[in-house]
Structure formats: structure tokens, C-alpha cells
Design a binder for this molecule. Structure first.
Ligand SMILES: Cc1cc2nc3c(=O)[nH]c(=O)nc-3n(C[C@H](O)[C@H](O)[C@H](O)COP(=O)(O)O)c2cc1C
Length: 200
């Protein structure tokens, strides 16, 4: 049985292109693994806080020294991390918002990037601790970043790959619905991206 974690970051609901693309990836995975169990982490609900000093102090101190506030913070963070640890397959929906990932996703990474949980340092440097997992990225954008003059602004996909690569997740497939603000492309971009989904 495969555990799928679906990470959602668009605050839009029905009309969200990245959710549609991510949902299509999930459907294709379920076609392959009929008994797959999907868990959703909708980052637009119960927002992950922006990092404050108390969070950083918590993440960089031993659990035995935590105040009750810090114990709660630690429990919340390790809860998010457990979802990643338990997943065999991670599907992450990421629209481009103002040349970046949505702030909710950035905040999520601040709470999941923790030494001893998602990575560690040994004599050879950093080592990812989330091994043997598959990551699918469902990326959507108004402009086109995979090729052409705006390729230098292709921030989301490399960033997400970098974070997950640091966590030890290196088996990554990317599906892109780009040009969603460009007449002549926007009409078919999402449909084509969905048609192009392959699950390995
Ligand atoms: C707040 C906001 C900021 C955006 N910024 C960009 C941008 O910097 N570059 C771009 O190509 N598209 C941008 N777009 C277009 C979105 O990337 C595109 O519509 C995407 O499909 C949105 O995904 P969603 O429908 O899942 O929210 C922006 C859209 C919104 C709503």
C-alpha cells in the first residue's frame, strides 16, 4: 500500500490550476496503485506560522530544555515532518506567485527543515533523511519559465527540488502548466499538462 501526501499551496479552491494539476497527478497515481491512501496537507488552512525567534530557539535546542510553549511548537513541527516521513509519494502543488512559491509553502519548509529529522550533518556534510520517496511537482504559472527569455526566473521548480534534495528526496518528476496568462497558450496549457502526466 502506498501512502501519498498531497501538499496544496494555492489559496484558490475550485478555480485553482495547480490544485487541478496536482489532483490529476493523484488520480493517475491511484490508477496505478488502487489501494493508495491520500493524506492532504492544505497549507492554506491552519496556516503554518512565519518564523519567530521562539520557533528558531525551539528548533535549535534539545527537547528536554523546552518550555511548554516550545514543546507545543516542537510537536507541531514534528507532526508536519511525520507526514513527510510516512509518505511513499509526495505530490506538491505550486503556483508561481510573484516570482516565488506561495508564502505558505515557504513557511512550511521553515517548519520541516530540521536537523535530525529531515536532514543531518555527518563527517561528509549534510545528508538527507527522507530516503526512498518519490516527489511529483505540479507547477503552474502565468508566464513560461521552462524555456525562452524568462527561464532565468524559473524559481519554483529548482527551489522545491533543492529543498527536497536536501531532505534526501531525489527521485522527482515535474509537470508544468505554464503560460496560463498568455492568450493562445492559456486555453490548452493545463489540459496538455494533465494529458502529459506519466507515473513511474
Ligand atoms: C497573487 C498572484 C501572483 C502571481 N504571480 C505570478 C508571477 O510572478 N509569475 C507568473 O508567471 N504568474 C504569476 N501569477 C499567475 C499564476 O502563477 C497562475 O495563475 C497560476 O496558475 C495560479 O495557480 P492557482 O490557480 O493554483 O492559484 C500570479 C497569480 C497570482 C494570483
Amino acid at each position: 500500500m502506498k501512502n501519498i501526501l498531497h501538499i496544496i499551496s494555492s489559496p484558490r479552491a475550485e478555480i485553482s490550476a495547480s490544485r487541478k494539476l496536482g489532483n490529476a497527478v493523484i488520480e493517475k497515481i491511484q490508477e496505478k496503485y488502487a489501494d493508495a491512501v491520500v493524506k492532504e496537507r492544505d497549507l492554506t488552512k491552519n496556516l503554518v506560522p512565519l518564523l519567530e525567534e521562539v520557533h528558531i530557539n525551539t528548533f535549535f535546542s534539545p527537547a528536554e530544555s523546552h518550555s511548554s510553549e516550545q514543546a507545543e511548537i516542537n510537536e507541531y513541527s514534528t507532526g508536519l515532518i511525520s507526514e513527510l516521513q510516512e509518505a511513499d509519494i509526495i505530490v506538491i502543488d505550486s503556483p508561481m506567485y510573484n516570482f516565488s512559491v506561495p508564502a505558505t509553502l515557504r513557511a512550511y519548509f521553515d517548519f520541516t527543515s530540521r536537523a535530525g529529522y529531515t536532514f543531518k550533518y555527518d563527517e561528509n556534510g549534510p545528508k538527507g533523511l527522507l530516503n526512498d520517496k518519490k516527489l511529483y511537482i505540479a507547477f503552474t504559472s502565468g508566464n513560461i519559465y521552462s524555456e525562452g527569455p524568462y527561464q532565468i526566473y524559473d524559481s519554483n521548480v529548482p527551489y522545491i527540488k533543492n529543498v527536497f534534495g536536501f531532505y534526501g528526496v531525489t527521485d522527482v518528476s515535474v509537470f508544468r502548466a505554464e503560460g496560463l496568462a498568455i492568450p493562445g497558450i492559456q486555453e490548452t496549457s493545463l489540459e496538455k499538462a494533465i494529458e502529459g502526466i506519466t507515473i513511474d
